[in-house]
Design a protein around this ligand. Structure first.
Ligand code: 13P
Length: 252
């Protein structure tokens, strides 16, 4: 765990969850005891259809709710999209932008993602900007170049409010594969140096999450790596017990 930054464990539910899944959030809220809440922040990002119900349920509790994507515009003729303002209006506090499943499946560019991060701030949301290399890029020795380019171009030049960056190697997502702790340390260290060079002291306080096959069994090891300030969890975040076990793994 790096420095004094308070860890954040975020659950990305992707395209999973129905109204009945409210019970999972209820269990997370109930078991997020004071000892854990004193040490780690929790964020649950359900599909857009559940944002309002989840935000209503989490109201008055310390679990924050986030969305998985937003459009960069305020409003308009963008069928199927939702704006950052709509997400805030639903009661959410954060939004994931630039997930590799959006970059690859929806053709999102670094410039698109940068605009979405700015839209998140415009609406008072915390943007979580995702970066990460593909298997082919890692095999070609391009990991740091790819990740540094994504950070340079997806994270806006000025930071009017907080931002979180999630390093998610594409090949580790949903595969059960994880990089070695040495590989994670190399990438997170490089991102930290890049942020400090670009933003000065502000770059020290940006939380860097690791994501990709984080489970209760590997969370403590991954979270102990320098400059890892939390986790972005996919599949395991759908189960309250696993999600909370990962959060506990964050506490050292
Ligand atoms: P998994 O934890 O299922 O590998 O997914 C990671 C992810 O994509 C989180 O955004």
């Amino acid at each position: 765990m790096a420095g004094n930054l308070r860890p954040l464990v975020a659950g990305n539910w992707k395209m999973n969850g129905l109204k009945a899944s409210t019970e999972v959030l209820r269990a997370i809220i109930n078991d997020y005891d004071a000892a854990l809440a004193g040490r780690v922040d929790l964020l649950v990002c359900p599909p857009a259809t559940l944002l309002t119900a989840f935000a209503d349920l989490a109201q008055g509790h310390r679990v924050a709710i986030g969305a998985q994507d937003c459009h960069s515009e305020l409003a308009g003729a963008f069928t199927g999209d939702i704006s950052a303002e709509m997400i805030a209006d639903a009661g959410a506090a954060a939004v994931i932008v630039g997930h590799s499943e959006r970059r690859a499946g929806h053709g999102e560019s670094d410039a698109d993602i940068c605009a979405k991060a700015k839209a998140a701030w415009r609406a008072g949301l915390l943007p979580i900007v995702c970066v990460g290399e593909t298997r082919a890029q890692r095999d070609a020795g391009q990991t740091l170049a790819v990740v540094e380019r994504q950070v340079a171009q997806s994270v806006p030049d000025t930071l009017p409010a907080d931002v979180v960056i999630a390093y998610e190697p594409v090949w580790a997502i949903g595969t059960g594969l994880t990089p070695t702790t040495g590989d994670v340390a190399e990438v997170h260290g490089a991102i930290r140096r890049q942020l400090v060079a670009r933003y000065g002291g502000q770059g020290e306080s940006i939380r860097l999450l690791y994501g990709g096959s984080v489970k209760p069994s590997n969370a403590a090891e991954l979270m102990a790596v320098e400059h890892v300030n939390g986790a972005l969890v996919g599949g395991a975040s759908l189960f309250a017990a696993d999600f909370l076990a990962i959060a506990r793994g964050c506490c050292g």
